[in-house]
Design a protein around this ligand. Structure first.
Ligand code: DC
Length: 222
């Protein structure tokens, strides 16, 4: 396995980890792994091939064979499943919840480990997810665990959706985010939790720029 440097950014949904990870990857000229997108794509592939979210064996088979291409463009991460651009579809709340369900299955997680580790290539990798620092890259050079209150994360999401012209309901978003947090942090395998050696940062009262500067300074020797 490559020993190129890795920085892991873990945290719950809406903590800003994806935005920060992409900024860091661009700034450093490193590769980028959005591990949540893999689970989102898997859930879409399961729907496409009529496989139920409780069929662990079949889901793991799909995970092994997943025909998936990522590319980080100026407009964000472009995601191609079996030749089809599903970058927008996978970003809905529904797709996030579906991802959280398939991600709770141990055989599915095991099937995706090598695929995630293969992103570790020269000159380095920035990765975001839930278990990047605890399970997938336990030897990462730097580990950050980014949090924010469920209320703040739901407000950020509400604003993002509004900017895209999508109407949503704030109390429903708070409830959905809290439900996903519970599922992700209480599952038996690779639950959402900070690695023992992770820097924990609460971004509730920080803007993206401040969080980026803080983490970039932390990794200044890279
Ligand atoms: O980061 P995200 O919101 O795109 O992730 C979607 C879901 O995928 C999340 O609710 C839980 C799951 N996930 C995971 O279990 N492990 C990861 N490393 C990343 C995501």
């Amino acid at each position: 396995m490559s020993n190129s440097p890795v920085i892991t950014i873990d945290g719950p949904s809406g903590s800003g980890k994806g935005t920060i990870a992409q900024l860091l990857a661009k700034d450093l000229g490193w590769h980028y792994l959005d591990s949540g997108a893999i689970y989102r794509v898997l859930a879409q592939a399961a729907i496409k091939h009529n496989v139920g979210f409780a069929d662990e064996q079949k889901l793991a088979e799909i995970a092994h064979k997943l025909d998936l291409v990522f590319s980080l463009e100026d407009e964000g991460l472009v995601v191609i499943l079996e030749g089809e651009d599903i970058s927008t579809i996978i970003r809905s709340e529904q797709a996030g919840n579906a991802a959280s369900k398939v991600a709770s299955l141990p055989l599915v997680r095991a099937a995706l480990l090598d695929r995630q580790r293969a992103f570790r290539q020269s000159p380095g990798l920035i990765t975001d997810g839930r278990d990047m620092g605890t399970v997938v890259f336990p030897d990462a050079n730097y580990k950050v665990f980014l949090t924010a209150s469920a209320q703040i994360r739901a407000e950020r999401r509400y604003k993002q959706l509004k900017e895209k012209g999508i109407e949503s309901n704030l109390p429903d978003l708070v409830a959905e985010i809290s439900e996903r947090d519970i599922r992700d942090s209480q599952r038996k395998v690779a639950p959402l939790r900070p690695a023992d050696d992770a820097l924990q940062l609460d971004s509730s009262s920080m803007g993206i720029d401040a969080v980026f500067k803080y983490i970039r300074t932390l990794c200044a020797d890279i």
